[in-house]
Design a protein around this ligand. Structure first.
Ligand SMILES: Nc1ncnc2c1ncn2[C@@H]1O[C@H](COP(=O)(O)OP(=O)(O)OP(=O)(O)O)[C@@H](O)[C@H]1O
Ligand SMILES: [Mg+2]
Length: 258
């Protein structure tokens, strides 16, 4: 099933997606397809174009060229239909500090027009899933970083998105929370949602994703399951990643330390 396109339509698609800032292409022609039930990692070094690509896929940023489709709907031409399918957790989620977690979920339900009874039930379920039930009546302003991440995830899952985007979801999470989020994402994917997460941390991609796209300088330079990527050469994903991205970090670290 993973990566299998036999008869199944992709949930997330990019065709020659580009973003130009001045003379520099931040994203230089990305093609990809993600199918229902997959957890896909968008792996690349800092500045590779991950956030820019995600923002174009979800309609927050207008591409310089190319097309993005969610559930077959062009995000620029059919934004309402496409966006109804999307859940998004940015790298720095905005949370209303003056709301409790409980109120925040109600607010998100209103935003996505989830019917109140269904929203209440799903909200309880998500709070429980993220171990936030006991603190659900506290203001988000008093939440720790990890708790905020979890609240943001819960809010983005309330309307049951079919295409779930997360930009660096595990930054600053302790191992237990990272594991919890991994399990929750697997559950979400198992119900047929496509999960698309960016990360610059190899281990995260290795542990959480069914398939990875490696992006460097605005282009996808490798794609496949970890087995497929490893088949090209021996070694860990780290070796492959550093090899493909020219070992830039390694060289930079060596230089800085010399
Ligand atoms: N608004 C902007 N104006 C000009 N350049 C931008 C803008 N946004 C992004 N860029 C440039 O586009 C490139 C890709 O940035 P992007 O944020 O997509 O990278 P990233 O892969 O998400 O990196 P990170 O791992 O650091 O989050 C970078 O060179 C960045 O400086
Ligand atoms: Mg980024």
């Amino acid at each position: 099933m993973i990566g299998d396109n036999g008869g199944t339509a992709p949930m997330i698609e990019a065709g020659e997606l580009q973003k130009q800032y001045g003379d520099t292409p931040a994203v230089a022609g990305i093609n990809l397809a993600v199918y229902p039930g997959e957890i896909v990692g968008f792996l690349g070094p800092n500045g590779a174009g991950k956030t820019t690509t995600i923002k174009m896929l979800i309609g927050l940023l207008r591409p310089s060229a190319g097309v993005a489709r969610i559930g077959g709907f062009d995000i620029q031409r059919r934004p309402l239909q496409a966006k109804a399918l999307i859940g998004y957790v940015p790298d720095q989620p905005y949370l209303p500090e003056k709301l409790t977690a409980y109120e925040f979920l109600q607010f998100m339900a209103g935003l996505y027009r989830v019917e109140p009874a269904a929203a209440a039930q799903r909200g309880e379920e998500l709070l429980r899933l993220f171990n936030l039930t006991e603190r659900a009546d506290e203001l988000l302003g008093g939440y720790s970083h990890g708790m905020r991440q979890k609240a943001a995830l819960a809010g983005a899952l309330l309307h049951n998105p079919r295409a779930f985007f997360l930009d660096e979801p595990t930054v600053g999470l302790d191992p237990r929370s990272a594991r919890l989020i991994k399990d929750i994402l697997r559950g979400v994917a198992d119900r047929g949602t496509s999960v698309f997460m960016s990360t610059h941390i190899l281990e995260i991609a290795e542990r959480m994703c069914d398939r990875v796209f490696i992006i460097d300088k605005g282009r996808i330079i490798a794609a496949g399951t970890l087995e497929e990527l490893r088949a090209g050469g021996a070694g860990s994903l780290e070796d492959i990643f550093l090899e493909l991205t020219g070992g830039a970090e390694e060289a930079a670290i060596a230089e800085a330390l010399s």
